[in-house]
Design a binder for this molecule. Structure first.
Ligand code: NAD
Ligand code: TYD
Length: 350
């Protein structure tokens, strides 16, 4: 196995931290550089167990800072990039779309440029791996699945910014022959997810006996994937994915929000030794999200058939692992729910 210098962006975030850990532990001959601006969503505590690994370097920096990024590539000559850094929350994108344009579009293009300029004379054994979302495909009706050839039809500023970044990656492939691969994944859940997204927010609120704000009638559907299974898929696509291809990654696991919330309440009541049904009493229907996509569901047969990937845990198993982790990591939760996040919470749900 060859040595590689891999730049992982957004490695202090939720999914990125699982990818960094997997690569550090599995590929000790690779050197992993984790570039992260440490925004409200970036937290080095996510990696405290592996931060002393000899094949690991953390770099604090902003992907939108072109000079800084170019200098970084000149200095380190990364063979590959696994690009996860992004603004990732739909509700925040509705309040501040430009922040999403900056990081998700301009930041991605700054990275593409630096990578292209570094290797344009010889792209052999090089790879730019862009991590994207199923939200670029827009919304499904009650039936059907997103495939790799579903036309892009994004509805939120978040998904529009991710769609744009996907187009830029593809355009760099076509225009400059840059080797790339893109994956579009469904909703992730698991350890270390910032408690602004549905599952960790509701776990935190149940612990604190706070209202569970269900948007609209709760009849919105998402396809949930355990984050460690996503990290396994990323490892596989990085090593075995075909250049210039897109792979959809999903959990084969559709849940209506309200059914998921009820399951979560039941599991939490059991874990917390609370009376059956008590957490469900916290469910509160609130004003809907503007432009709320009705349903996401992935056809993940391409990655399953071509690369042999499939989820390793059922939703019930993954959810139990997730709940256990949040209950055992109260300090982590207290740290991330202080400060900036509290201000956001007051604005969003007041
Ligand atoms: P996250 O919000 O938890 O983490 C994002 C990370 O990027 C943070 O560590 C943050 O500090 C860093 N970052 C933000 N702006 C930056 C900048 N300008 N420069 C450098 N670093 C910056 O996000 P996540 O949920 O882990 O998502 C990671 C990637 O996966 C994103 O590209 C997202 O679009 C994609 N994705 C997420 C999901 C999901 O369900 N969470 C599903 C599919 C795809
Ligand atoms: P979220 O975790 O924000 O992911 P995404 O919008 O990227 O799918 O939301 C998942 C679903 O849960 C989505 O349909 C919106 C809904 N939701 C609520 O009903 N209440 C909430 O407080 C949040 C954060 C989400």
């Amino acid at each position: 196995m060859t040595n590689k210098k891999i730049l992982i962006t957004g490695g202090a975030g939720f999914i990125g931290s699982h990818v960094v850990r997997r690569f550090l532990e599995k590929y000790t001959n690779y050197h992993i550089y984790n570039l992260d601006a440490l925004t409200y969503a970036g937290n080095l505590e996510n990696l405290s167990d592996v931060e002393h690994a000899t094949n690991y370097t953390f770099i604090k920096g902003d992907i939108t800072d072109e000079d800084f990024i170019n200098n970084l590539f000149s200095e380190h000559k990364f063979d590959s990039v696994i690009h996860l850094a992004a603004e990732s929350h739909v509700d925040r994108s509705i309040k501040d779309p430009l922040a999403f344009v900056r990081t998700n579009i301009i930041g991605t293009v700054a990275l593409l440029n630096a990578f292209k300029n570094c290797w344009k004379d010889n792209f052999e054994d090089k790879l730019f791996y862009h991590i994207s979302t199923d939200e670029v495909y827009g919304s499904l009706g009650q039936t059907g699945l997103f495939t790799e050839s579903t036309p892009y039809d994004p509805n939120s500023p978040y998904s529009a910014s991710k769609a744009s970044s996907d187009h830029f990656v593809r355009a760099y492939g076509e225009t400059y022959n840059m080797p790339y691969v893109i994956t579009n994944c469904s909703n992730n859940y698991g350890q270390n997810q910032f408690p602004e997204k549905l599952i960790p927010l509701f776990i935190n609120n149940i612990i604190n006996k706070k209202a569970l704000p269900v948007y609209g009638d709760g009849n919105y559907t998402r396809d949930w994937l355990y984050v460690k299974d996503h990290a396994i898929a990323i490892d596989l696509v990085f090593h075995e994915g075909k250049l210039g291809e897109t792979y959809n990654i999903g959990g084969f696991n559709e849940w209506k929000n309200i059914d998921l919330v009820r399951l979560l309440c039941q599991q939490m009541d059991l874990k917390l030794g609370r009376e059956k049904g008590s957490s469900e009493e916290l469910i509160t229907y609130v004003k809907d999200r503007p432009g709320h996509d009705l349903r996401y569901a992935i056809d993940a047969s391409k990655i399953k058939n071509e690369l042999g990937w499939q989820p390793s845990v059922t939703f019930e198993q993954g959810l139990e692992k997730t709940i256990n982790w949040y209950l055992e990591n109260e300090t982590w939760l207290n740290h991330v729910t202080s400060g900036e996040y509290k201000l956001y919470y007051e604005k969003q749900y007041s």
